[in-house]
Design a protein around this ligand. Structure first.
Ligand SMILES: Nc1ncnc2c1ncn2[C@@H]1O[C@H](COP(=O)(O)OP(=O)(O)OP(=O)(O)O)[C@@H](O)[C@H]1O
Ligand SMILES: [Mg+2]
Length: 337
């Protein structure tokens, strides 16, 4: 079922058979369990140092839940996550702080990580101090100011902007401030959950290029969550496609965009392929609504919407199998591949 290590060194982060099921309860005391929402259901992948992994899929497929588990904001119901070979859940105190310094996040809405009443220089400084966990050097005011200057410059802002409040920045600039705060602790991995979706189209490219430049300088890895396939295509080395809590296709991004295999991924792509001239467009329309993760369809979860559905699709869940080097697909169309 599991995709083995991608070529190259050992992974920075490993997600192993992770499930997250939320109990749906009822009654004043919430004591009656009506069922479980299978938000993430047996997901495994790896991220190597300095690379970008793109995570795509329709709304509700479990992207944010996966990110929150990786950020250690949520415990998995089953499975584990390892950073540099060490399990991350169950960490406490200093060890947990050290993890938080290594794995940072930037969300779609920069307001969620910025205090509106705090000058942005102080927000960045606090991120630096909180994550320094005991490193005495950061008790020195001049050094902190110098590092804040450096971080602002790195994200393309001016050092004197440290004295401004979040509302004095544009949306794109606020996202740069959030990025500077995330970079303060020199993380190994940054989870980027829809980092450019809220930005004006004209400044999305700038933000993406900035993220790429920073990756080239600092060798930081990204987990990039996006709806938008163009963003993933531009940014990600590997792409993972999720449907209703499961990975249905994963591959090096170039290979995936060259040769999409899973009917669901094809459907996701057919909406955007128009914009790529010279490409044969295979029009696939997704029928019906995304089924509920409370009661996912039997067998292949996509069978209720799949144009190529076969009898076995509702009976057996397809395994994730390798159809070409590094390219994995969970679909019965490839049973004999
Ligand atoms: N705390 C929670 N309690 C109950 N259900 C939850 C909780 N968090 C998420 N879910 C459910 O889990 C499923 C996956 O949600 P998640 O936020 O991970 O999706 P997503 O892929 O990030 O979607 P979007 O693209 O809209 O951000 C959804 O059905 C959601 O309603
Ligand atoms: Mg989300």
């Amino acid at each position: 079922m599991r995709a083995p290590a991608q070529d190259g060194g050992p992974p920075l982060l490993r997600v192993e058979g992770v499930r997250k099921h939320f109990a749906l309860t009822k009654g004043i005391l919430l004591t009656r369990t009506l069922g479980h929402i299978k938000a993430v259901d047996d997901v495994s992948f790896e991220i190597r140092a300095g690379e970008t992994l793109g995570l795509v899929g329709e709304s509700g497929c479990g992207k944010t839940t996966t990110s929150r588990i990786i950020l250690n904001l949520e415990e998995p119901t089953e499975g584990r996550v390892l950073l540099d070979g060490e399990p991350i859940h169950g960490l406490k105190g200093r060890a947990l702080n050290a993890y938080r310094a290594k794995v940072q996040a930037v969300f779609q809405d920069p307001w969620s990580s910025l205090n509106p009443r705090m000058k942005v220089g102080r927000t960045i400084a606090e991120s630096l101090i909180v994550n320094a966990s005991g490193d005495r050097a950061w008790g020195n005011r001049a050094r902190i100011d110098e590092r804040v200057r450096e971080l602002l410059l790195q994200v393309g802002l001016r050092p004197e902007q440290a004295q401004q409040y979040p509302h004095e920045f544009s949306g794109g600039q606020r996202q740069r401030v959030a990025l500077a705060a995330a970079l303060a602790s020199r993380p190994k991995l940054i989870v980027l959950d829809e980092p450019v979706s809220a930005l004006d189209v004209s400044i999305r490219a700038q933000m993406m290029n900035l993220l790429k430049d920073i990756q080239a300088q600092d060798d930081v890895a990204y987990l990039l969550v996006a709806h938008d396939l163009a963003t993933v295509r531009y940014m990600a080395d590997h792409t993972v496609v999720m449907y209703l809590g499961k990975i249905i296709e994963q591959a090096p991004t170039a290979a995936l965009f060259e040769d999409v295999r899973h009917p669901y991924t094809k459907a996701l792509f057919s909406a955007v392929l128009v914009a790529w001239p010279g490409r044969q467009k295979e029009e696939i329309e997704l029928k019906g609504e995304v089924p509920s993760p409370l009661n996912p369809p039997s067998g292949c979860r996509f069978h209720t919407r799949c144009p190529w559905v076969m009898p076995r699709c509702s009976q057996r869940e397809p395994a994730l199998r390798e159809v070409s080097p590094g390219h994995f697909v969970a679909c019965h169309l490839f049973d004999n591949a």
